[in-house]
Design a protein around this ligand. Structure first.
Ligand code: XUL
Length: 528
């Protein structure tokens, strides 16, 4: 079906852990709609890179990485798909932005800027980039190998609390600064050959503009390198991390910054116009926009590869685990759980179910699971920190599939609610997003555990939608018809009520949450 409209189009990307997506939206004064969306799954559609769930795992289970070359190839393929889509008249695309999994880093040699500037449009992107990496594998957010570097950085900066006040989070294993420090310590020659270190987001923005793109303050605040209150690289944090780091980092800019026009490589390769590329950001900051969480009274829960809970907050001093810059200004408070969809899938697969059977199992079992519980640490966990994975069970018989299903979902929701009290305070309106939010039975557990109303959106990849909305907002801000953020997201993020808390269940979970916290404490202290 080809479109007859002449409204402006905006293109958003999201490079997630397991897939790379594109969304095109149409917006003018009359209409607002998603015109096109497509996702490329890394394992299935780029099998040459041999990823499993989008990642490479080392023999050391703490090390998790992925391929920057694969991300480039996926970007090239997606642009080809968008250009060929009958629904999209690419000449109407005015602005483009994107988001990517947070914290992952890309290490580039001095040939990087020249290579970018001289790409041959008739040739595919990835083969032209093979020589630019000083590190073929990019460490990603699932990497847990930098505990020693976290402690060293915290010691150099006056302790964990001082790091939190300065950067918005204490040093975490997955954060980019500790990752850079470990690279410098373990591979000093490769570090010496690195002249630029990008985040996944700024690396991909660079590939679009054919020039070295900046890092935005939203994604930058996941690096342990940014003075959050000032929105600048912190000289102290940089020197606590690795030598001559300032020269290796791109500039740091507010999220709503134009990076440049789409390069001639893409214009000639697929017929795109010189649309403005807006700085890319992290998937969570982008989801803040794509869920319409632009007012302070709501919170969002994203059920994706990682489960995250986040909200907009006007000041940097939130007492949540992480405070990042928010793309619309101000800040966002966030807590991240590594055992998200992969843990739900493990239970589903171990008990031979599909998602329908999983939902039925939840519906067949009582809230509170008659006291049966599970700590869902199938993989090392970020919140609370669990270095060696182990699933702890109480009151569960291995053959009882339905109770296992309920236990994993209740465990995830109770952990989330217990560890995000600073974010939940005063907020009883949850926007649920991510693949897991399609499951109504999970949303009922969420409503009951949080004692909050849960809403869903027509689009589940809210990071990708957020990127397209950021492109729209920027474009209009430079015109005579600027849009406020609530007006920019309106029509795309209108939510539907999905679940209300059931008072009797709320009482059950109030008690269960206390038991869960005690169970968690006991498991953590037994692990030492
Ligand atoms: C957030 C985090 C994850 C990744 C996943 O701090 O580590 O949510 O952004 O893509």
């Amino acid at each position: 079906m080809s479109s007859v409209s002449s409204a402006d189009l905006y293109l958003g990307f999201d490079c997630g852990t397991q897939s790379f997506s594109a969304t095109v939206i149409e917006a003018d004064d009359e209409q607002r709609r998603v015109v096109f969306s497509h996702a490329l799954n890394f394992d299935r559609e780029l099998p040459d890179y041999q990823t499993a769930a989008g990642v490479w795992r080392d023999t050391d289970p703490r090390e998790v990485s992925s391929s920057p070359l694969m991300w480039a190839e996926a970007l090239d393929r997606l642009l080809a798909i968008v250009a060929a889509a009958p629904e999209v008249d690419v000449t109407r695309i005015r602005a483009i932005s994107g988001s990517a999994q947070q914290h992952g880093s890309v290490y580039l040699r001095s040939a990087w800027p020249d290579t970018l500037a001289r790409l041959t449009p008739s040739d595919a992107l990835a083969p032209q980039l093979t020589a630019v990496f000083s590190r073929a594998a990019s460490p990603i957010w699932m990497d847990e190998s930098t505990t020693a570097q976290c402690r060293a950085i915290e010691a150099a900066l006056g302790g964990a609390d001082a790091v939190r006040r300065l950067t918005g989070s204490r040093a975490y294993e997955r954060f980019t600064g500790p990752q850079i420090r470990r690279f410098f310590e373990t591979k000093p020659e490769a570090y010496a050959q690195t002249s630029r270190i990008h985040l996944v987001s700024s690396y991909l923005a660079s590939l679009l503009t054919g020039s070295d793109a900046p890092i935005d303050t939203g994604d930058g605040s996941g690096m342990t390198l940014v003075n959050l209150a000032h929105g600048r690289w912190s000289a102290d944090a940089l020197s606590a991390t690795a030598p001559d780091l300032a020269a290796r980092l791109p500039t740091l800019v507010p999220s709503s910054t134009a990076v440049g026009p789409l390069s001639t490589y893409w214009q000639q390769r697929y017929g795109f116009p010189p649309a403005t590329v807006i700085a890319w950001t992290g998937d969570n900051p982008s989801s803040l926009i794509g869920t319409g969480t632009v007012c302070d009274d709501r919170l969002a829960v994203s059920l994706g590869t990682s489960d995250t809970i986040f909200a907009h907050t006007p000041d940097a001093g939130s007492d949540a685990t992480h405070t990042f810059g928010a793309p619309m200004g101000g800040y966002m408070a966030l807590v991240c759980f590594r055992n998200g969809s992969l843990a739900r899938e493990r239970v589903r697969d171990r008990h031979g179910l599909d998602w329908f059977g999983f939902a039925q199992a939840l519906e067949r079992t009582p809230p509170g699971n008659d006291g049966a519980m599970l700590l869902p640490w199938f993989e090392p966990e970020i919140t609370p920190h669990v270095a060696v994975p182990r699933v702890h069970l109480t009151g569960l018989d291995d053959r009882d599939s339905a109770r296992h299903v309920r236990a994993v979902v209740e465990g995830q929701m109770m952990a989330m609610a217990n560890h995000s009290q600073a974010i939940c305070r005063g907020r009883r309106h949850i926007i649920a997003t991510g693949g897991g939010s399609a499951n109504r039975a999970i949303l009922q557990v969420m409503a009951d555990v949080f004692d909050a109303d849960v809403f869903t959106l027509p689009v589940t990849n809210t990071a990708c939608l957020g990127a397209a909305l950021r492109a729209l907002h920027f474009d209009r801000s430079t015109s005579s018809r600027p849009l406020s953020w609530p007006d920019a997201v309106a029509g795309f993020t209108d939510s539907s009520h999905a679940a209300s808390p059931i008072p009797a269940n709320v009482v059950v979970y109030r008690r269960a949450r206390e038991r869960y916290a005690a169970f968690e404490m006991q498991a953590l202290s037994a692990a030492g």
